[in-house]
Design a protein around this ligand. Structure first.
Ligand code: PLP
Length: 396
């Protein structure tokens, strides 16, 4: 079968592949601890589920405006104003089928074929693939662990060319957990403005920051930068709503209109019922979100200190999101259980086989020296999984 080059160029998602492996083993009755998940293990708070049920009961089941219902756009504006002090009007908001879809709309609406998009590594696996789908070129800019996984303007400046069109920034970061501070963002903002780029700012882990940190949204730094920013967020991670598929973008009106038109021809509107649920999430109480954040912080503390104490792993304490990106370079080139561990995939495979623990190889995030461990899983499972890792390493 001859398929289009566009789809042949896509790499499969390593996170979904590992998750599928874990589920397959679990189905065979193998007790695996799954550290590959990218979603909260909590249920969606009950008031949000009730709002969706009420929407179904009242028959709110027809097409909505392509870019989202006015009440939800208004709620997004109110949230941005309240949480970030950002003033956006409904005509600058596009509600989509998850943040992934918002990001796709943004890349498709700003990139022409051959344009270059700067992506600091480690990055979320989907960015380079979406850029390729737009027939643009992902330009990966490696960021050292010694810089706290935070890219500098100087490192980006070296890779800017006349074809550079956008920078995709993700803070708090998946997979590294890095959270950018105000001054770092100001320097990146200057670079964006100096080269007339778009800043696609993925803020889906906005609420998952720890130790009293506060998320800084780049659009708040300067009105000129706001005019070049596509702020992307979602209810998925914050409100434990990954399956509902509601994300949103805030950006200048002209771009919002283009993204809405594009989406109108691809998906029409996001699901009517899920939009009502998202409205309840954004206008409802903050306590459930804060309770989840506190639990993530406790799990992070446990996982990061346990992993750092297991010989061979090296990791700091992540500042946000729900992942530990552990350095595994000390395992590489060594032989374990009769097999040489050459790269992050080999180490992940070793842990799966010998410890029945699922992790995600760093290669898919742009760093073959790391493994990603998610702590979006119950505390006793984290403990059991890390015990197994320790035992498997001691045995082999
Ligand atoms: N951005 C980042 C950094 C993510 O980690 C994810 C999900 O894993 C997404 C976006 C996608 O979010 P959504 O489920 O709202 O599409």
């Amino acid at each position: 079968m001859r398929l289009a080059q566009r789809v042949r160029a896509i790499s499969p998602s390593p996170t979904l592949a590992m998750d599928a492996r874990a589920k397959e083993l679990a189905k065979q009755g193998v007790d695996v601890v799954n550290f590959s998940v990218g979603e909260p293990d909590f249920d969606t708070p009950i008031h949000i589920r009730e709002a969706a049920i009420a929407a179904i009961r009242e028959g709110f089941t027809r097409y909505t405006p392509a870019g989202g219902i006015p009440e939800l756009k208004q709620a997004v504006c109110a949230r941005l104003a309240r949480d970030q002090g950002l003033e956006y009007g409904p005509e600058e908001i596009v509600v989509s089928v998850g943040a992934k879809h918002s990001l796709y709309n943004a890349v498709m609406a700003v990139c022409d074929p051959g344009d270059e998009v700067l992506i600091p590594a480690p990055y979320w696996v989907t960015y380079p693939e979406q850029v390729k789908l737009a027939e643009a070129v992902p330009v990966i800019v490696p960021v050292g662990e010694d810089q706290g996984f935070r890219v500098t303007a100087a490192a980006l400046a070296e890779r800017v060319t006349p074809r550079t069109r956008a920078l995709i920034l993700n803070s708090p970061n998946n997979p590294s957990g890095a959270v950018y501070g105000r001054e770092e963002l100001e320097a990146l903002g200057e670079l964006v403005l100096a080269h007339d780029l778009w800043l696609i700012s993925d803020e889906v882990y906005e609420k998952l920051v720890y130790d009293g940190r506060r998320h800084v949204s780049p659009a708040t730094l300067d009105p000129a930068l706001r005019a070049r920013t596509v702020l992307v967020n979602a209810v998925s991670k914050t409100h434990a709503m990954t399956g509902w598929r509601i994300g949103y973008a805030a950006c200048p009106r002209e771009l919002a209109r283009a993204m809405t038109e594009l989406q109108g021809h691809v998906t029409s509107n996001p699901t009517s019922i899920a939009q009502r649920a998202a409205l309840a999430a954004l206008t409802g109480p903050d306590e459930p979100v804060e309770a989840m954040r506190e639990e993530f912080q406790r799990r992070r503390d446990y996982m990061a200190s346990r992993l750092a104490s297991i010989p061979g792993f090296a990791c700091g304490v992540p500042e946000g999101a729900f992942y530990v990106f552990a350095n595994i370079s000390r395992f590489l080139g060594r032989t374990r259980a009769g097999r040489e561990l050459k790269d992050s995939a080999d180490v992940a495979e070793f842990l799966l086989e010998k410890a029945r623990v699922v992790t995600v190889p760093g290669a898919g995030f742009g760093s073959d020296l790391h493994l990603r461990f998610s702590y979006a899983t119950a505390r006793d499972r984290i403990e059991a999984g890390l015990n197994r890792v320790e035992e498997a390493l001691a045995r082999s």
